[in-house]
Design a protein around this ligand. Sequence first.
Ligand code: 5GP
Ligand code: ZN
Length: 116
Amino acid sequence: MTDTYCLFCKIASGEINADVIYENDYVMAFRDINPQAPTHVLVIPRKHIATINELVDTDQYVAGALHLAAKDIAKQEGIAEDGFRTVMNCNSAAGQTVFHIHLHVLGGRDFSWPPG
Ligand code: 5GP
Ligand code: ZN
């Protein structure tokens, strides 16, 4: 695995299977393999971006597309009205384990604050 063809790049290309529930020109979303809530979806850019720290100005559209997708997915999954949580971990202190940015969309249960 290289920095620019990682696990989520392989899911984006179809080389590795995932339960894909949403896609457009800029992003795609699939169910997390180890769900932490009844709904746990990962939204990724098709473009490889390792962490939030690597975002550049020209990623503005794709960064917005991640959140617009989260909104559509929440509605699609029936969690929009009750409420849901979006999380993007950055680097080790936050628990990032896959270095291709992904927005977690979690719902279907209550969440506490502050997060663990
Ligand atoms: P992170 O810890 O980087 O914020 O989140 C990585 C997420 O990717 C974890 O929730 C983990 O369960 C999920 N994940 C890791 N490998 C795979 C995989 O091969 N397929 C799917 N669908 N999810 C994965
Ligand atoms: Zn990647």
